[in-house]
Design a protein around this ligand. Structure first.
Ligand code: FES
Length: 186
């Protein structure tokens, strides 16, 4: 007679224990899903903000004003120095650039990079020889075309796109790999 109620009680305890286990498992799952949701909501934008600069495309090269057109003497190369700022991922760098401008009529211009294509020294203009000279290894370049006239440079001076806009000479700054005959932009 006493076994009946006791047995039901045991069953009842067993049922309660199973329900508690199920509830705990459910709460654990709920907590895990909640944590995952918070991680996605907070983590993905944060990771995106952190990584975006690394994957951002470099800005397209723009025209840069370098001189007033009417201040450039006819047939005399003029050296223009200026600082260029670039943003690469998280790092902003400023570098000194040099461009040589020349005109025969005051309206159309040629522009050469001031960087020697041999190993990257700065070239100077030598009026007595009507040539650009690199002091590092005595590279010599033609004043009009930039072609190599002597020394070890593997190619001529690098020409840059140039135009006159509202009386200002503008160029697009480009850099090329040193020490190779091909003109490879970097
Ligand atoms: S770096 Fe100009 S000739 Fe070598």
């Amino acid at each position: 007679m006493r076994e009946g109620p006791l047995s039901r009680k045991d069953d009842s305890i067993s049922d309660d224990s199973g329900a508690v286990h199920k509830r705990r498992a459910f709460l654990k799952t709920l907590a895990a899903l909640g944590s995952a949701f918070v991680a996605v909501v907070i983590g993905v934008p944060a990771a995106g903000a952190f990584l975006t600069p690394a994957f951002r495309r470099r800005p397209r090269k723009e025209w840069t004003q370098v001189a007033k057109a009417d201040l450039i003497d006819i047939d005399v190369p003029v050296k223009v120095d200026f600082a260029e700022s670039t943003n690469d991922a998280w790092v902003e760098t400023r570098a000194l650039r040099t461009v040589w401008l020349r005109t025969e009529d005051g309206e159309t211009f040629t522009a050469f990079s001031g960087t020697c294509p041999h190993l990257g020294c700065s070239v100077n203009f030598e009026p007595s020889r009507n040539s650009f000279i690199c002091p590092c290894h005595h590279g010599i370049f033609d004043m009009k075309t930039g072609a190599v006239l002597g020394g070890p440079p593997p190619r001529g001076l690098d020409p840059l796109p140039v135009r006159v806009n509202n009386g200002q000479v503008e160029v697009i700054l480009k850099q090329f790999r040193s020490g190779v005959p091909e003109r490879v932009e970097v």
